[in-house]
Ligand binder design. Structure first.
Ligand code: FAD
Length: 432
């Protein structure tokens, strides 16, 4: 009976996923429309400030993504800022040049926005490109964001996001924020930004327990074919009824993938995943996420995360051989941690992790992970000074708060900005 039910379900999923595979095989998703707009017609104005052309490439990839969503978009250089009759949004992609200055096509932008008040209120979003190897990391983008905030006629759409060294994970995080806020499904073509596409594979569902009180499930999958991957990599899934891939951070345990998925009420992919049955097949691609792999030879590693952001750490606790390892995890209640506790206890029992600390927001004295870091400021400073690696995975809001606290600690205790630790690979991020 069980077998029959599973095979019917499998058939159902195979039909559903067959459509998905066919769509993927067609390679190019059919854009809703690709017609470019004039600056008079466009609703979305995308301006870029670039010195070497890299930021323009990124802007072009986003421009194509907006066109594929059927939006009326006009793209231009920063210094060509003008008045736009039908615009509702202003999106700025800009780099910084020299000591926190503008790139060559962004010299007059500050004067222009102060002179030309928009005809209609414009919702603005700034994406700042830079490198943490410079002390004035993304400074021009920060200034542009500040000017727009202070001039009348502009209204913030999403917070400023900084992209380090064209990092694909930073770009992905920004895009996820953009899509969530706008309700769009914009994709940035990996090919358009010079990255390789991953291969589509089949994965068998081994376990998918009921969601817990936080609507979260721990799903175990086994790749049908032998493929190489490690904890911190990402599983990309394009659910039926959508063209945008959803990413999930993975843990590798043995040859299997463990995912922590939060089911969103109206979420297409998270509902699909949380409803999977044992032995169903999931079609997905595995993407290497080099910048979020465990660093085995670090003097110590701090795993910092909230909610489903714990997923890659479940595998890293297994993988760790030598480094003193500690987990700081934020969730609502102690029972939110129950699904992860067996992994943490096992790692401690086998000497692969020293301890874990929970920051609970809805129990006892409400606490967040950054509060624990602030309480342990001396230990944090000592660890960073000795070369420890701090990994951050979970919500973007958590990432911002943690980086603020770390920056205060490093400035106060070590007379150094956190950006210098980001630059030498001691702060690794994978937030969404
Ligand atoms: C690099 C990366 C790693 C990720 N890793 C994980 C992971 O390990 N586990 C996990 O559960 N998710 C993870 N996500 C988020 C995941 O990719 C999906 O965005 C999420 O599952 C929602 O997809 P959906 O199709 O269910 O929702 P959609 O159909 O895209 O959206 C439906 C509704 O949910 C809301 N929503 C969507 N995403 C979020 C969000 N993140 N927070 C709050 N509201 C949201 C939307 O506003 C909308 O109202 C990751 C995202 C990125 C970019």
């Amino acid at each position: 009976m069980r077998k029959h039910r599973t095979s019917v379900l499998n058939q159902k999923f195979n039909i559903m996923l067959g459509g998905l595979i066919n769509r993927l095989k067609r390679k190019k998703v059919s854009p809703k429309t690709r017609k470019k707009s004039s600056k008079e017609d466009a609703e979305y104005i995308l301006l870029y400030g670039t010195q070497s052309g890299n930021t323009q490439t990124m802007a072009k990839a986003f421009f194509k993504g907006l066109l594929a969503e059927g939006k009326k978009v006009f793209m231009d250089e920063l210094d060509n800022y003008s008045l736009y009759e039908n615009a509702t949004h202003l999106i700025i992609f800009t780099s910084t040049y020299g000591v926190g200055g503008p790139p060559s096509n962004g010299n007059y932008f500050e004067d222009l926005i102060k002179e030309k008040e928009p005809l209609n209120p414009l919702k603005f979003s700034v994406v700042a490109f830079g490198s943490t190897s410079f002390p004035e990391f993304c400074q021009f983008g920060v200034d542009v964001d500040k000017w727009l905030e202070s001039v009348s006629g502009f209204e913030r759409f999403i917070p400023l996001v900084k992209i380090n060294e064209q990092s694909i994970s930073d770009i992905r995080s920004w895009l996820s924020l953009w899509n969530r806020t706008s309700g769009m499904e914009v994709q940035i073509g990996l090919k358009d930004i010079g990255k390789k596409k991953s291969k589509i594979e089949d994965f068998i569902v081994l376990e998918n327990p009921e969601i817990n009180e936080d609507n979260t499930s721990l799903i175990k999958l086994r790749p049908k074919n032998q493929i190489s991957f490690q904890s911190g990599d990402l599983l990309g899934i394009i659910p039926e009824g959508s063209q945008k891939p959803r990413m999930y951070s993975i843990a590798r345990i043995g040859d299997d993938i463990h995912l922590s998925v939060k089911k969103h009420d109206k979420g297409i992919c998270s509902r699909f995943l949380c409803n999977l049955q044992k032995e169903d097949i999931v079609v997905a691609s595995l993407e290497r996420n080099e910048s979020f792999h465990f660093v085995p030879d670090a003097p110590s590693v701090w795993l910092i995360g909230n909610g489903t952001g714990i997923a890659p750490y479940l595998g890293m606790m297994e993988e760790n051989q030598h480094s003193p390892l500690k987990l700081i995890w934020g969730g609502r209640t102690e029972s939110s941690f129950h699904i992860y506790k067996p992994y943490a206890d096992k790692a401690i029992k086998h000497g692969r992790m020293e301890k874990y600390e929970l920051a609970l927001s809805r129990e006892g004295n409400s606490k967040y992970v950054q509060d624990i870091l602030a309480e342990e400021e001396n230990e944090v400073a000592r660890a960073l000074e000795s070369g420890a690696v701090f990994m951050l995975c979970g919500s973007m809001a958590m990432q911002d708060s943690v980086l603020k606290v770390l920056n205060k600690i490093t400035n106060d205790k070590l007379d150094r900005a956190i950006s210098s630790f980001m630059n030498n690979g001691q702060i690794l991020k994978d937030c969404y």
